[in-house]
Design a protein around this ligand. Sequence first.
Ligand code: B12
Ligand code: SF4
Length: 660
Amino acid sequence: MQRMMLPDDRPPRILLCAVFGPYGVDDAYGRKENIMELFHNQVTRAQGIASFRFHHRSFGLYFLADNVDADVTVLDFPSKKRFEREVRRGHYDLVGISFIAPNFVKAREMARYVRQQSPKSVIVLGGHGAAIDGIEQLIDCDHVVKGEGIRWLRSFLGQNPNAPLRHPILPSTEYQSIFGLPLPGTAASLLVPGVGCVNGCNFCATSHFFGKGYTSFIPTGVELFDLACRIADARGTDTFFVMDENFLKSRERAAEMLELMERHHRHFVFEIFSSAETIAAFGIENLVRLGVTFVWIGVESSSEQGNYVKNRGIDPKALIKELRDHGIGVLASGILCQEHHTPQNMHIDIDFMVDLNADFVQFMLLTPMPTTTLYREMEAQGRLRNIPFEDWHGQKMLAQTHPHFSDDEPEIWLKRAFRQDYETNSSSVYRVTEGALRGYRTLKAKGYTDACWQARIKEREARVLEYSMILPTIERNAVNETERERVRALRREIAKELPQAFNLKRRSTALGATVLAALWNLRVRIKGDMIQPATIVTRLCKSAKQPSGLLAPALAPSTSPAGSEQLVAAEAAQDMVVDHARGLHVCVHDGRTDEREPPLSQVLAEAVGVPRGRRDVAPGAIAVLEGLPVDEPPLVLGEAPKLLLDSQKGPGVADRRLDL
Ligand code: B12
Ligand code: SF4
């Protein structure tokens, strides 16, 4: 492979960028359906202010940044202006742009700008958009990285591609809220044990992008446990969102992890994606013990015709009921406008998905994403439609011709499906609360007395107590009388089981929550419910980093199972410098990516270490200067490397009421 050459022996200067905002608006670069939120976009979108709201960073960029010896700036959720300013003033040797197919136009515009304003910068494209056929000709760039990027970038920089992997310490989500109320506690940490999936379902972009194989970042349970301990200690939460397409597929790793957790009394909590067959094979009680409290399952379809090997022989309704009985929340996803669907039979799959009574349901349109087998088949049949990439998001129109569905019909079906689930099963937040109580009762009734099981009972109890405080808010905003009745019944059940849920303190909090939710409701009615993520700038400098791999010499490579690859060993990086423009959820009326700078008082308070004044800067994070303009000299670079976490204890929505 061609390597990057620098004129002197200074460390390379690299800019890694996500595509610019605003997101989810109809403009020259994107579509209103493409909002930058997981649940509000694809899951609870029909549930009004009861929808779960949060943002995910562009995680791949942080992995790349942390695993090369270079001075790297990560620009996440930039505005176009902010991106352009960084390019103009940064004098970068390499600019990497991460994008997915529906963001093609944004990536093209970014590459064009880099070429024009910083002609010496090498332009590298990566992320799932790189799988678009002929992308090299469609966007003016120097390299396109299809698949796993860490090894590629290391090789390109002349560094060891197989050096041990460093796992960045990151929150999995930013600014979680519901009813406009910030969810309490620290957001779960991100854990990425690996990328890809060996199952290779024909429509699955993730599996195909990584060669229908699994690239393990953290191959063994021992390493995973060690990494989880370090991340949990650093971020102050034992909960992890596991970004791995099929976490339980590596059964031995999960079993080893469980054994270590029990032995060391570290009762982590995991939110995972897993296919039905792997869940069934692992066993529900093992799942409870492992600390799984949420699982995303691809149910896909009610029929053999529309389904995949991963679901063969599984009764999804029984599986989901059993999981929920044990206090494990379930997100079930289904695919609409499949090949066998017609306007006459589509309701069968919608009814089936709704009848699963999962906590959350995702409906997506069958979309032949580039690189998938489905795409190749549709291409061969001449069925790919000539629609712009911005429309390849699976929320509105089909990217392929379908004999039974014309242009606007798929969107109508999607809306109908989400609405039916909401009206039939009530809001997801109600379901989550009800499931937690069920889990609490089931686990207690089993009578196991060991520490692990007791910790799992406590976790469900805590969840019930937390969510009980918003029961009045759920009732007030219920979709129909059925939901109101369900909430009242649930309140009676909780009062029987855990009377402390309704003590004076909690009742007062509940009252406060209803008032704040009413304000949020008002804001949504007046200004709409758009929330743009704030720009996050993270600077990593070589001088503050340990060379990759130095921190994990004891961990030897192990043999990869067939169909999978691995990057050896895992290390949590402890040297991120986060320059975070706070203030999400405000100033969104103009639809721009939020770029608020902090008040001077906050920056000064940070500099002199006054904790109250600096509000949301992590304790001990002396090198973090929140929200300073990115083109100011990074004062942080001379500091000793310190653990710099992005604290979730920000001002929160509640504190920002005046900005509504
Ligand atoms: C988190 C996520 C999101 C977040 C966005 C986070 C963000 N800040 O952008 C949310 C929930 C908002 C989201 C929304 C959508 N998403 Co999304 N999302 C994911 C998800 C689940 C995880 C991505 C991730 O972090 N993986 C872990 C990291 C470590 O891996 P990675 O990102 O792939 O990065 C590696 C390589 O790709 C490569 N790489 C990545 N970037 C770069 C850059 C350079 C320069 C280089 C060299 C290498 C490189 O190196 C990395 C390390 O190996 C993936 C599925 C998946 N499991 O990957 C779908 C996925 C990326 N999303 C997808 C889609 C379609 C969407 C939506 C359009 C869905 C919809 N219908 O609304 C929207 C679009 C929103 C928008 N406006 O952009 C598709 C993309 C398909 C495609 N071919 O383009 C995916 C693959 C899901 C799928 N199977 O279909 N998404
Ligand atoms: S099991 Fe899930 S992640 Fe794996 S290939 Fe199938 S759809 Fe993709």
